[in-house]
Design a protein around this ligand. Structure first.
Ligand code: FE
Length: 357
């Protein structure tokens, strides 16, 4: 029986789909997200699945793919469209290609319009299709950057997606309103941009007048995704730290969340890199924290123990990220940044020394 899971990344509102042949069988992931690789790998492990491939619906502009990191952890093959222009994939897909996992198959349909390399993956029995950013639920992907073209998207949707059976369920790459799936019949009837009697000219006019903001991740995500998610700096990835539950950010830092730090507060050195007036100011500080302002850190490394993990802290988490870099450059190994700094520590009601409120 097919194993199917729809996973969500709240940061980018991206859906990742896990499809497995059966419990204990082969599986694929569609559109994995870099920051969620640990989560996805844990689920795949718990279900006893073997990840054979990661499939991209396109080169994303709003998140970095987990393809490279999953290949490294689980040995999966990286697959995406030949037309994507990405380097580092194991297989470049074109129209009518077939991707097998166990006894099941996904059929590849080229559905350009959002980008040149957009693909829709159709399950062998045509009961589900994964439409990426071509057709969204009651919407469509953008056509105003990355080779976007409304006329091409219109043709892709009408010829390559609306031609699937009425009852075929459609799963998009994103939803921003909490919807999870739709069907061909539903979108043909109710999609306000592409359904009903709407003609290609109507759609193009609609899309040209959307006037959406420039996507905030695009300058980081697109170049990274053109490398299939391989970071430029792989140093921090050499081994997974075991001293606390950490997560690795695409920025190349190990981070610890406030809850994780509170659990380990006795075993680590807390290094606060704010200025003295902030340390004793209204936000207060974490009990036992050592104060070394960021500007003085490079000259005062001797005050830190090398045999205990260090968690760096500042107001919101950016100066402390820089402190992590300084420590790593100076041979400290077990170092993590407190995500969100004192602001988040306090917002989540962890104990503070000094401060007000
Ligand atoms: Fe996209």
């Amino acid at each position: 029986m097919l194993v199917f899971r729809q996973l969500f990344d709240p940061q980018s509102s991206t859906y990742t789909y896990l499809l497995g042949d059966e419990r204990g069988g082969e599986a694929v992931l569609i559109d994995p997200v870099f920051e969620q690789v640990r989560r996805d790998a844990a689920l795949i492990g718990e279900l006893g699945l073997r990840l054979v491939a990661t499939l991209e619906t396109h080169v994303h502009a709003d998140h970095v793919t987990g393809a490279w990191l999953l290949k490294r952890r689980l040995g999966s093959q990286i697959m995406l469209a030949k037309a994507s222009g990405a380097e580092g994939a194991d297989r470049y897909l074109v129209e009518d290609d077939v991707v097998a996992f166990g006894k099941r198959r996904l059929m590849v349909r080229a559905t350009p319009g959002h980008t040149n390399g957009c693909l829709t993956y159709v399950l062998d029995d045509r009961s589900m299709a994964f439409t990426g950013d071509c057709l969204l639920i009651r919407g469509s992907g953008r056509t105003d950057f990355q080779q976007g073209d409304p006329a091409i998207m219109y043709r892709s949707v009408h010829d390559r997606i609306f031609s699937l059976p009425d009852e075929c369920l459609l799963y998009p790459a994103h939803d921003y309103r909490g919807l999870t799936a739709t069907s061909v019949a539903e979108e043909r009837r109710f999609n306000p941009r592409l359904g009903g009697e709407i003609a290609v000219g109507d759609f193009a006019g609609y899309m040209r007048n959307l006037k959406l903001a420039h996507p905030k991740m695009i300058d980081v995500a697109v170049p990274a995704n053109l490398r299939c998610g391989r970071p430029e700096n792989e140093t921090g990835l050499a081994r997974d730290p075991t001293w606390a539950h950490l997560h690795y950010s695409f920025a190349g830092l190990w981070e610890i969340d406030p809850h994780g730090l509170e659990e380990h507060v006795q075993d680590v050195q807390i290094l606060d890199v704010r200025e003295p007036d902030e340390f004793s100011g209204p936000l207060g500080h974490i009990a036992g924290a050592v104060l070394i302002p960021l500007g003085e850190l490079a000259g005062r490394l001797g005050e830190l123990k090398r045999d205990r993990p260090i968690v760096t802290v500042c107001r919101a988490g950016s100066r402390s990220a820089q402190a992590v870099t300084i420590l790593l450059q100076n041979g400290f190994t077990d170092v993590a940044n407190l995500t969100g700094g004192m602001l988040r520590w306090r917002a989540e009601a962890h104990p503070v020394e000094g401060g007000s409120g």
